[in-house]
Design a protein around this ligand. Structure first.
Ligand code: BGC
Length: 323
């Protein structure tokens, strides 16, 4: 049986055809019109799913259901996105809208990072761990917490919003309108801001050369650092410190067996993961006495959200029922 998993990102809407083993056999993406009226975004979503199914010679009747991962506060039970700071969703009943647009019976939704955590727990780096924290670094920061084998989402599934925990009182302005959020320091959008500031202060930095090709993005500082640019190394070191600071807060509260770092930037692999491991080991509470905490890149990489969204509508054995 196949399922469709949809990942609503700040930059692109991605949909994949996923089987029970969490394997994606086909996928499609379109740009996200994040500021467009919500009806238009949902209509893009419906068009994307319809075109994916059509290109595989399938209809909604042939699949087990459609799962959606969305940024923001999601009312899983009602099928509604209450609010998203990066996408124009305000009390948007996405499940009902998609059911109608596609003629589908089985549609479910959850927060995108909870989906990524579900995907990694069932099929990726979190397999076998009863306690894990997944941190997705992208336009925003999403966090998915598995504690004692259950996804922790709070009352009305409004919680687990780690991207908006405050790591700097009165600090940088976040997209949500508050100051000092983790996301305002450690998301890829924040890294781009930090890269631009460093470039402005250092016209001699190699980063200017690199940005000429494709503009400033999340890779600019990493590439320049690998070519020996000192300013870029400072940008990357500081950025990794911010990512680590938030993870240390999670460690001290949930003490996971493993941190799973997701989002496209996790493709940096050891360049990101090794210093993060070091930072976390050096800064968590009473590390010498407590169980160690592993830090790994998401096995499913940027696809964790699609696979986890599909898992929302899969029939799963009881021990895998996280959600
Ligand atoms: C949102 C989260 C989301 C994360 C990643 C944050 O801005 O508040 O709900 O999981 O971005 O998309």
């Amino acid at each position: 049986m196949y399922y469709v998993g949809v990942d609503i990102g700040g930059m692109s809407l991605k949909a994949g055809l996923v089987d029970e083993r969490g394997v994606i056999s086909a996928s499609k993406a379109v740009p996200t019109r994040a500021k467009a009226p919500s009806e238009e975004i949902v209509s893009d979503l419906a068009g994307l799913v319809a075109s994916l199914l059509e290109s595989e010679g399938l209809t909604v009747k042939d699949i087990g259901g459609i799962g959606i991962g969305s940024p923001g506060s999601v009312n899983d039970a009602a099928g509604t996105v209450r609010y998203s700071c990066n996408i124009n969703f305000r009390m948007t009943p996405i499940v009902a809208m998609l059911k109608e647009a596609l003629g589908a019976d089985r549609v479910a939704i959850s927060n995108d990072a909870n989906c990524a955590a579900l995907g990694e727990t069932l099929f990726g780096a979190g397999r076998g761990a009863k306690n894990s924290v997944t941190v997705t670094l992208g336009t925003g920061i999403g966090t998915g917490i598995v504690a004692d084998g259950r996804l922790v989402t709070g009352n009305g599934s409004a919680g687990a919003e780690g991207g908006h925990m405050c790591i700097a009182y009165g600090g940088e302005l976040c997209g949500c309108g508050k100051r000092g959020c983790y996301e305002a320091y450690a998301s890829v959008s924040a890294l781009i801001r930090q890269t631009e500031r460093a470039m402005e202060a250092h016209p001699e930095s190699l980063m200017h050369e690199i940005a000429k090709e494709e503009g400033v993005n999340g890779k600019t500082a990493f590439i320049a650092m690998k070519r020996g640019d000192k300013v870029a190394k400072e940008v990357v070191d500081t950025y990794i410190g911010y990512v680590g600071a938030g993870m240390v807060n999670f460690a001290n509260i949930f003490w996971p067996e493993v941190f799973i770092v997701g989002g496209a930037i996790s493709r940096e692999g050891d360049t990101l993961i090794l210093p993060l491991r070091e930072y976390i080991a050096a800064n968590i509470h009473s590390a010498a006495y407590n169980p160690p905490i592993e830090v790994v890149a998401a096995t499913l990489g940027g696809d964790a959200g699609i696979v986890g969204a599909a898992a929302l509508v899969m029939e799963r054995p009881p021990r895998a029922k996280l959600h």
